[in-house]
Design a protein around this ligand. Structure first.
Ligand code: FES
Length: 132
C-alpha cells in the first residue's frame, strides 16, 4: 500500500473512532436487564444527551421534554461508522451525514434514519426497550 493510500485509510478509520467530546454529552452508566437498558435520570440533570454502550456501538438518548426521551443506535446507516452526538443531533464523521435528535436523517449521504428504540421513564429511571 502506498503511503498516501495508507494515510487516507488511517484517517478515515480514526475518524470513525472519534469519541463524542461535546460538553453537553455524558456517557452514562446503565444497567442492561434482559430486554431493556436502565439509565438513572440524574444523568440528564446537566446534559440533554447521554450515551450508553450497546454492543460495538452506543445508543444516544436525548431528553426532548420532562418525560419524553428519544433513543437512537449510533451506527450510521450509510457504511456503519460510529455516529457521534453533535449540536442539534448526531453526525457521522466519515462522510458527514447528519441526523436530528430523533435520529432522522437531515443530510446525506445516509438515506435512512438511525435505528430508534422505544423509551419510557419514571421518576427515577429512563428505560430503553430493546428489540426481542
Ligand atoms: S459512513 Fe456515515 S456518512 Fe458514510
Amino acid at each position: 500500500m502506498k503511503r498516501r493510500a495508507f494515510l487516507k485509510s488511517a484517517c478515515l478509520a480514526s475518524a470513525c473512532l472519534l469519541p463524542a467530546c461535546k460538553s453537553t454529552v455524558q456517557h452514562a452508566n446503565a444497567v442492561v436487564e434482559n430486554d431493556k437498558i436502565v439509565i438513572d435520570r440524574t444523568a440528564f440533570n446537566t446534559n440533554s444527551t447521554v450515551t450508553v454502550g450497546y454492543g460495538k456501538y452506543a445508543i444516544g438518548v436525548v431528553k426532548l421534554e420532562a418525560n419524553n426521551f428519544a433513543a437512537s443506535l449510533l451506527s450510521c446507516p450509510h457504511k456503519g461508522c460510529a455516529v457521534a452526538p453533535a449540536e442539534n443531533g448526531f453526525v457521522c464523521p466519515r462522510h458527514g451525514a447528519r441526523f436530528d435528535h430523533l435520529g432522522q436523517v437531515i443530510k446525506g449521504p445516509a438515506e435512512q434514519d438511525l435505528t430508534s428504540f422505544d423509551t419510557s421513564s419514571d421518576q427515577q429511571f429512563v428505560i430503553i426497550h430493546l428489540p426481542a
